[in-house]
Ligand binder design. Structure first.
Ligand code: GLN
Length: 532
C-alpha cells in the first residue's frame, strides 16, 4: 500500500520547498522505504523545455526523455533514484490529455469540466506513479504557493486523494516563511496563519509545518504556530540555515520529522535511520581549500540555469576533500584579447550546454585557451560542439568551421543538424532526448574513468558531430572516445595529449549524485586539483 505525502508552499515561493521535499525523500529512504517523487507545476506550458532559462533555470532531463523542472534534479540527487515522465506534471500536460480524450469521445457525451475531469487526470498522475513504481511512499510537491489561481485544481485533487484514502495513508506538509520585520527584528507568524487558513478553506488541514526564517525561531513562535495552525508543537519543523544543502535531511531528522511521518503512516517498525548520509555530510564538511573553476556560459546572472552542473562540480570536490569555487564567466564578454585576464585564475574550465549564437564565439575562445594552456577542459553538449569547432578551425586549419546552428553558410559544418532533426518544426519535446547508449573507445580517458565500456547517458540536443569530418579532425589530434553505435553518432571527444580534455555530447550532470559522483566530474575536478 502506497503512502502519499503532499508538500505545498505558503507565504512566498523560493524558500526551498523542493529541497525540503527532496530531504523528506532522503529521510524516508534512510528509514528503509522506497520513494518516488513528483512535481506538479501549475503553468500551461506542456513542459519547461521551451522556457527561457532566465524564467525557469535549468531544464532537467529524465532517463525517458522528459524535459522537466529543476526540482527533479534535487529529488534525484537526494533520493538517488532515476525518475521518469511520471515525475513531472504540468497544467499543460493535464489539459492536453483531457482535450485529446474529449476529441476521441472518451467522455461519452459529458460536459468536460475542471472538476471532475481535470482533477481526475491529476489524481491519475499520482496513482499512476504509485502503480508504475510500486514505491512505498510517493511524495508530490505542488509548485507555487497556495492561493494561486492556477494551483486550485491541484489542491482540489489532493484534497480528493485524502478523502478517497485512509487518513493515515495521506500526509500534508506545508512550507512557510516566517518573515523578519526589518528594524524591529521581530519574527512574524501572521502570514503563516493566513496561509494555513487559505489551505483550510480549500479543504486541506496540514499535518506538519516546515518553517524558513532569517535566524532561528524560538519555542514561543512554535507555540504560536501550533495554536493558530492546529498542529502539535513537535510538528513545527524548522528548516535551519545550513552550510551544505545535504544537511537539510539531518536537520529534519534531529527534530524528529521522520518519526513523525512514520507514526502518521503507522510504520513505526521501520529500521533506524541509516547513517551513511550523515557520514557523507560530515566528511564533506571537512573539505578544504578552493579549486577555482571557470564555468563559461551566457546565463551567468542566474546560476540556477546551471544548477546540476554546479552541484556535480561541488559534490565531486567535496568527495575529493576540496571546495570547488565556481566563477561564472559571461561568454559574451570573452575576446582573444581579454581571455587570459578572464580565465588565467582557473584550474579548470567547463563549458556547459547551451543554445543559440549569443556567446558562442566566446566559448570557442575559452576552449581554445584551455587547450593551448593545458588547463583541464570539460565540455558538455554545446561545450563539446565548441571544442570541435575550435579544433577544426585552429588545429585542422578549417577556417570558418562552425556549427550550422550558428552559421548555416559555414564552409565546414563540423557540427550539423542530426538527420532525424531535419524538417522538425515544433520546438517542444522534439530534440534527441533522454538515455542513449555510448560505447567507449579502448585507451580513452573516458573508459579509464568510467571503468566500463558501455554507458547510458541523457541527451538534449539537435546538433551533432558531423561524421564527414571524423578523419580530418582525427588527423589534427582529436580522438573519438565514445560513440553511439546504433545511430553512428560521436558522443565523446578527447585530446589525449592534454592533462584533461574531455567533452561529451550528453549531459553527465544529470547522473551525478552526492553519494555517487559522476566519473567525468570526478576526473575533471581531480585534474584541476593537480594544477595546484
Ligand atoms: N544547441 C546545441 C544543440 O542543440 C547544444 C544543446 C545543449 O547544449 N543542450 O545541439
Amino acid at each position: 500500500m502506497t503512502k502519499y505525502i503532499f508538500v505545498t508552499g505558503g507565504v512566498v515561493s523560493g524558500i526551498g520547498k523542493g529541497i525540503s521535499a527532496a530531504s523528506i525523500g532522503r529521510l524516508l529512504k534512510n528509514r528503509g522505504l522506497s520513494v518516488f517523487m513528483q512535481k506538479f507545476d501549475p503553468y500551461i506550458n506542456i513542459d519547461p523545455g521551451t522556457m527561457s532559462p532566465y524564467q525557469h533555470g535549468e531544464v532537467f532531463v529524465t532517463i525517458d526523455g522528459a524535459e522537466t523542472d529543476l526540482d527533479l534534479g534535487h529529488y534525484e540527487r537526494f533520493i538517488d533514484e532515476q525518475l521518469t515522465k511520471n515525475a513531472s506534471v504540468t497544467t499543460g500536460k493535464i489539459y492536453s490529455t483531457v482535450i485529446k480524450k474529449e476529441r476521441r469521445g472518451d467522455y461519452d457525451g459529458a460536459t468536460v469540466q475542471v472538476i471532475p475531469h481535470i482533477t481526475d487526470e491529476i489524481k491519475n498522475a499520482v496513482y499512476d506513479a504509485s502503480r508504475k513504481t510500486g514505491a512505498d511512499v510517493v511524495i508530490t510537491e505542488i509548485g507555487g504557493t497556495v492561493g494561486d489561481i492556477e494551483g486550485l485544481p491541484f489542491i482540489e485533487a489532493i484534497r480528493q486523494i485524502h478523502s478517497e484514502n485512509k487518513p493515515e495513508d495521506v500526509l500534508f506538509i506545508h512550507t512557510v516563511l516566517i518573515p523578519n520585520i526589518p528594524g524591529s527584528d521581530e519574527l512574524k507568524t501572521k502570514p503563516t496563519q493566513h496561509s494555513f487558513k487559505q489551505l483550510m478553506s480549500q479543504g486541506i488541514k496540514t499535518d506538519i509545518i516546515i518553517t524558513r526564517s532569517e535566524g532561528e525561531i524560538d519555542d514561543s513562535i512554535k507555540r504560536k504556530i501550533s495554536l493558530f495552525c492546529d498542529v502539535p508543537e513537535e510538528a513545527v519543523i524548522e528548516s535551519k540555515h545550513v552550510e551544505l544543502i545535504y544537511e537539510v535531511p539531518l536537520v529534519f531528522h534531529e527534530q524528529g520529522l521522520d518519526e513523525l511521518i512514520l507514526k502518521h503512516f503507522h510504520l513505526e517498525d521501520q529500521p533506524q535511520s541509516d547513517g551513511s548520509w550523515k557520514e557523507m555530510v560530515d566528511r564533506y564538511k571537512q573539505a578544504e581549500g578552493p579549486v577555482p573553476i571557470a564555468l563559461v556560459g551566457k546565463y551567468v546572472q542566474l546560476h540556477d540555469a546551471y544548477i546540476s552542473v554546479s552541484q556535480a562540480l561541488l559534490d565531486a570536490g567535496y568527495d575529493l576533500g576540496r571546495k570547488v569555487e565556481i566563477s561564472y564567466i559571461n561568454a559574451e564578454k570573452i575576446t582573444e584579447e581579454n581571455v587570459d585576464e578572464l580565465l588565467s585564475f582557473a584550474h579548470g574550465i567547463i563549458v556547459p550546454g547551451g543554445f543559440g549564437e549569443r556567446g558562442f564565439e566566446g566559448k570557442v575562445i575559452a576552449s581554445k585557451y584551455a587547450r593551448e594552456h593545458d588547463v583541464p577542459y570539460f565540455g558538455i553538449c554545446l561545450g563539446m560542439q565548441v571544442g570541435v569547432v575550435d579544433i577544426a578551425r585552429n588545429l585542422a586549419g578549417l577556417k570558418g568551421a562552425n556549427s550550422t546552428e550558428m552559421d548555416v553558410e559555414t564552409p565546414y559544418p563540423v557540427i550539423d543538424l542530426m538527420e532525424s532533426q531535419v524538417g522538425v518544426e515544433n520546438m517542444g519535446g522534439t530534440q534527441r532526448l533522454g538515455n542513449y547508449a555510448c560505447t567507449l573507445t579502448e585507451d580513452s580517458r573516458a573508459l579509464q574513468l568510467y571503468g566500463q565500456g558501455e554507458i547510458l547517458e541523457r541527451h538534449r540536443h539537435r546538433y551533432e558531430f558531423n561524421n564527414a569530418y571524423r578523419g580530418e579532425l582525427r588527423k589534427a589530434g582529436l580522438s573519438i572516445a565514445g560513440v553511439n553505435e546504433d545511430l553512428d553518432l560521436v558522443e565523446i571527444i578527447e585530446l589525449p595529449e592534454a592533462s584533461f580534455y574531455v567533452a561529451c555530447q550528453f549531459h553527465p550532470e544529470f547522473n551525478s549524485r552526492p553519494n555517487k559522483i559522476h566519473p567525468l566530474f570526478h576526473g575533471f575536478v581531480e585534474a584541476a586539483m593537480n594544477r595546484d
